[in-house]
Write a protein that binds this ligand. Sequence first.
Ligand SMILES: CC(C)(COP(=O)(O)OP(=O)(O)OC[C@H]1O[C@@H](n2cnc3c(N)ncnc32)[C@H](O)[C@@H]1OP(=O)(O)O)[C@@H](O)C(=O)NCCC(=O)NCCS
Length: 155
Amino acid sequence: MQRKPSLTFRRATPDDCALLAKLNHQLIRDEGHRNPMTASQLEERMAAWLASEFVGILFENGGEVVAYALYREQPEEIYLRQLFVVRGRRRQAVGRQALQMLRTRIWPADKRLTVEALIHNTAAIAFWRAMGYRDYSLKLEILPATKTVQPENQA
Ligand SMILES: CC(C)(COP(=O)(O)OP(=O)(O)OC[C@H]1O[C@@H](n2cnc3c(N)ncnc32)[C@H](O)[C@@H]1OP(=O)(O)O)[C@@H](O)C(=O)NCCC(=O)NCCS
C-alpha cells in the first residue's frame, strides 16, 4: 500500500532563492540536462524569475521541504517549468499530491497545462503521463561541432 504524504504548500519568496537554486541544481543532474550553470548562477536566475514571470511553490511535509514547482501563468496556459521531489522522497506520491494541489488549490481549472521533458528522462515522462498530460510535440536538434552551445530552454 502506498504511503500518502500530508503536504502543505506556500509561495516562494526571495528568501527561498538559495534553497530553490540548490534543488534546481539537483534537478538538472537528475534529469540529465546539459545546463552547466553554477549554484550561484542558478540562484541569480531564480531570483530574476521569481521577480518577473515565474511563481515558485514549496511543498512541505513535517516542516521539511519535499518538493517545489516553478510555473508561469499566461492568459490561456500554465507552463510548469520545473517540478522536483527531493531524492529520498520519490515514489511516495509526493509528486502526485503536489500536482493535485497545484490543480485544485492554486491553478485555475480552465487553462491549458503544459510541461516539457527531456527524451531520456523516462521517469518524468512516465510521471507526466500518469498525471494526465498527453504527448504533444517533439523537439529535434543537430548540435554544432563545438560543445559550448546553450539550449535556449535551460532547466
Ligand atoms: C518526476 C518526479 C517529479 C516524480 O515525483 P514522485 O513523487 O517520485 O512521483 P509519484 O510517486 O507521485 O508518482 C506518481 C506516478 O507517476 C509514475 N512514476 C513516477 N516516477 C516514476 C518512475 N521513476 N518510473 C515510472 N513511473 C513513474 C507512476 O505511475 C507513479 O504512480 P505509482 O507510484 O503508483 O506507480 C520525481 O521523480 C523527480 O523529482 N525527478 C527529478 C526531477 C525531474 O525529472 N522533474 C521533472 C522534469 S522538470
